[in-house]
Design a protein around this ligand. Structure first.
Ligand code: PLP
Length: 409
């Protein structure tokens, strides 16, 4: 008999984006003339920069010659890229990270999803709410979810982030072993300051908890008091794993490349209470289950750290952040309460008049032909909110705002 992992069967069907697509399709069929502006799904629209594309051309040519051909690479990633990360993303910010603490991957979704492999299924998990759904679903798959009751998993602690608490989660009360923090945040577009993040590091040290720090949107930070890495906080190397991605930084959503930092100072405990290095466990996991990101892609990522690459990446981020400003200011003018969009490419809107997230979705689709993402899809505290992204084309973003302004909120 083929017995399956029951935990997978507990997960509700992938509802959010398929339901968004279904409603857009239905609207399109009944209104074929409508020019719908899609500002929902978080993919980027700008092409990959010239420096990275040139590097890929060169790397492709390397594969033509017996002298420069690359087959299997190191599971942890090539040192040419890990050295650049250690230097540019950490050392230049005053943080010391060794290259053997950096693991290159095919992106942050895989790593944030797979990291649970090295942790006990008994661990208790806390997530901020609303949340990037991968953290919750992968913990459910590993047996850490419990039962789904009223949109909440019984063994997961939800830390509400709403306008009432300025999107600053309160420290957990249920003594979680693993805490997921994502800053700048998807979906709310909000951040934690250095002082606020320090409280979490202190909490994790005091309670022997592990922080999974997802900084996929680090490149969008503009405020000086917002940390670029959790390792800016003293002691974080003993309690935190950090995830980064080139997807939103450099348009690598299709190319696929990211990395995870697992400091050597980070320790877990086995069932006998003996100390275990999480770095060693993650290395073992990667060597067994992963054969490395492709050589060509890692050369492209390396090129992002050249002066040309950095300048070109900056231009693209500025393009999206101009969209974010247009959205933030335009929607506020339209009478909406908006959050985020200063240090992140996401705009989080409070639905007017207590409207539900899905009702607001239907309203914008039918009255403005603008599609976004209902906040309730990101967790119970997302109800009553709505997400728009700044990843669209500038002209479409301006047009979407003009259409929204015509509605009276
Ligand atoms: N983490 C967060 C918070 C995200 O929003 C996303 C993508 O939307 C990812 C991780 C996944 O990034 P990647 O493309 O590197 O898998």
């Amino acid at each position: 008999m083929i017995k399956v992992n029951d935990n997978f069967c507990k997960l509700p069907a992938g509802y959010l984006f398929s339901e968004v697509a279904r409603r857009i399709d239905a609207y399109r069929k009944s209104h074929p003339e409508a020019e719908i502006i899609r500002m929902g799904i978080g993919d980027v629209t700008c092409p990959i920069c010239q420096a990275a594309v040139d590097a890929m051309h060169r790397a492709a040519d390397d594969q033509l010659s017996v002298f420069t051909f690359h087959g299997y690479g190191p599971e942890q990633g090539y040192s040419f890229l890990r050295e650049k990360i250690a230097e540019y993303d950490y050392k230049r910010r005053g943080i010391s990270i060794g290259i053997d603490e950096i693991f290159i991957s095919d992106g942050a979704k895989s790593d944030t999803g797979n990291i649970g492999d090295i942790l006990s299924s008994d661990c208790k998990v806390a997530v901020t709410d609303p949340v990037y759904p991968v953290y919750v679903d992968t913990n459910v798959m590993s047996g850490r979810g419990g039962e789904l009751i009223d949109d909440r998993w019984s063994r997961i602690e939800y830390l509400p982030c709403t306008a009432e608490n300025d999107f600053i989660p309160a420290l957990p009360v249920g003594n979680p072993d693993i805490i997921y923090l994502c800053y700048p945040n998807n979906p709310t577009g909000t951040t934690l300051t250095r002082d606020q993040l320090s409280e979490w590091v202190e909490y994790a040290i005091a309670h022997k908890a592990l922080i999974m720090f997802d900084s996929a949107y680090e490149a969008y930070i503009t405020s000086p008091d917002v940390p670029h890495s959790i390792y800016e906080i003293p002691g974080a190397e003993k309690v935190a794993i950090e995830f980064r991605s080139y997807s939103k930084t450099a348009g690598f959503t299709g190319l696929r490349c990211g990395y995870t930092v697992v400091p050597k100072a980070l320790k877990g405990y086995d069932s006998t209470g003996a100390e275990v290095s999480l770095n060693a466990l993650w290395n073992r996991r990667q060597c067994t289950k992963f054969n490395g990101a492709s050589y060509i892609v890692q050369r492209a990522a390396e090129a992002l750290y050249t002066p040309k690459g950095m300048k070109q990446v900056r231009e693209t981020i500025d393009y999206y952040m101009r969209n974010a400003k247009v959205l933030r200011e335009g929607l506020a003018e339209a009478g909406l309460q908006v959050f985020g969009g200063i240090d992140a490419p996401y705009i989080w809107i409070k639905t007017p008049g207590g409207m539900s997230s899905w009702d607001f979705f239907d309203l914008l689709l039918s009255k403005c032909n603008v599609a976004g993402t209902p906040g309730s899809g990101f967790g119970p505290s997302g109800e009553g909110y709505f997400r728009l992204t700044a990843f669209g084309r500038y002209e479409n973003t301006v047009e979407a705002v003009e259409r929204l302004k015509k509605l009276e909120f």
